[in-house]
Design a protein around this ligand. Structure first.
Ligand SMILES: Cc1cc2nc3c(=O)[nH]c(=O)nc-3n(C[C@H](O)[C@H](O)[C@H](O)COP(=O)(O)OP(=O)(O)OC[C@H]3O[C@@H](n4cnc5c(N)ncnc54)[C@H](O)[C@@H]3O)c2cc1C
Length: 398
């Protein structure tokens, strides 16, 4: 098996690299590299730049605006974007809702909502979790009661990532209490400017406003905003989650983080020698790098299979577990490599325009914050324990 890129893939890589060098503003890349807070306009601007080149939705079918790239090209593109420190594209519309609409939406929904995702008219967020429904998502309680041409929504969603920027939310709602719990759920799209929708911030461990509670009080939603059939939402919800999990693995992020770790370990010294030469530290770095290479190949295999046969299946659970474990291990090694410099927390260092003194080397500021923030990746999209349950049932037949 030849794991090197072919000449045409190398040419593609060079094309992407050159385009990024020309189109990604150095000031924006620097913000991302330094882990600074991005403004809504930063994220929207990058979304528009990618869209103007037709590179915003590589995983969509060509007829809806996809690129037609092979899985290897998609991987190269993701890797190059990470290496260039491009902002992360917000996945809720592009990578979660869109595959559901493409597979289960009606023509009117596809024609209306997909172009709006591409041109940035709508910023979507995800309303799955509730205070009493996380891992056990099927226990969700938010009600949608049919009243003529509308559903009336009452309840609460929580952990809603970037809900403060969103104008649209897709929700799992309970439309029936009969039969199995999974059989009474519907998938519905809600305009967040509808009266009765209220977004309240939740502040994370490291001080950022990234997630929210969203409350719904007598919110009227047109029936045409339901995707697919009433009470069949569980099927669509699970389909969406396979895409979400494949994204969370974040192989491209880990590849960049691994390079950063090597640079830090070469720069930091222990007992008069570069830390990279410490046998225990070097062995841990090597283990992480080997795991990353394995995950990279697995990612390509899963993408190839998905390209031929539709959605990534239960393999997305494997990839999520390994990918997030690797990211967290690299975060942990970076923090360990910095020693005492990982301890100070300078909130101002994450504000755009910060040029105050650093504590320790200039790469130190974001490391502890990334470590704490990335505790989330083994939780959201279904915790890693839940992924193990899925693997044991679906793959091992236990
Ligand atoms: C930063 C962040 C952002 C998020 N963004 C979103 C979002 O945008 N939209 C959204 O809908 N949700 C979002 N979530 C919610 C996320 O999907 C849930 O947190 C996750 O599914 C876990 O649910 P829970 O928090 O209720 O934990 P619980 O379900 O209460 O689980 C607690 C612990 O018990 C373990 N556990 C539970 N059941 C089992 C079991 N059967 N077997 C083994 N172990 C088990 C879990 O693994 C976990 O360690 C986000 C979460 C975080 C932290």
């Amino acid at each position: 098996m030849d794991l090197d890129y072919s000449p045409s893939e190398r040419a593609f890589q060079a094309e992407v690299r050159a385009w990024l060098a020309k189109n990604l503003a150095p000031s924006l890349a620097e913000k991302v590299r330094r882990g600074q807070h991005l403004q809504k306009s930063d994220i929207e601007g990058w979304h528009a730049t990618l869209n103007s080149r037709g590179w915003l939705a590589p995983h969509w079918p060509v007829e809806y605006g996809g690129t037609g790239w092979s899985p290897v090209q998609r991987h190269i593109f993701e890797e190059e974007c990470c290496r260039a420190y491009a902002p992360r594209v917000v996945p809720f519309g592009l990578s979660m809702l869109a595959p559901v609409l493409i597979k289960y939406g009606n023509d009117a929904q596809k024609n209306h909502w997909l172009p709006r995702i591409l041109d940035g008219s709508d910023w979507w967020c995800q309303g799955y979790s509730e205070p009493g429904a996380g891992s056990d998502l099927a226990s969700l309680q938010m009600r949608a009661v049919r009243e003529g041409d509308h559903y009336i929504l009452n309840g609460q969603k929580t952990w809603t990532t970037l809900g403060q920027f969103a104008n649209m939310i897709f929700c799992l709602v309970r439309t029936s209490n009969e039969g199995k719990r999974q059989e009474g759920i519907s998938f519905i799209m809600v305009d967040m400017s509808t009266p009765g929708v209220e977004v309240r911030p939740i502040i994370l461990l490291e001080g950022t406003h990234e997630v929210n509670d969203v409350f719904f009080t007598d919110v009227r939603v047109p029936v045409e905003n339901r995707v697919g059939e009433e009470n069949k939402g569980w099927t669509y919800a699970k389909y969406l989650l396979t895409y979400e999990r494949t994204n969370i693995a974040g192989i491209g992020f880990s590849m960049v983080a691994m390079d950063e770790l090597k640079a830090i370990a070469a720069d930091q010294r222990r007992a008069g020698r570069p830390l990279a030469e410490d046998p225990l530290f070097a062995a841990r770095m090597a283990r992480a790098e080997i795991a990353l290479e394995n995950a990279r190949i697995a990612n390509l295999r899963i993408l190839s299979e998905a390209a031929e046969g539709g959605a990534p299946g239960v393999e997305s659970s494997m990839l999520k577990i390994k990918g997030t474990e690797i990211r967290q291990e690299i975060d942990s090694l970076k923090r360990q490599a910095l020693g005492a410099y990982a301890a100070p927390f300078l909130p101002d260092a994450f504000e755009p325009g910060f040029n105050g003194p650093n504590v320790g080397p200039d790469y130190a500021a974001p490391i502890a914050r990334q470590y704490f923030n990335n505790r989330k990746i083994s939780i959201f999209g279904g915790s890693n324990e839940i992924q193990k349950n899925i693997i044991s049932k679906m793959m091992l037949g236990l």
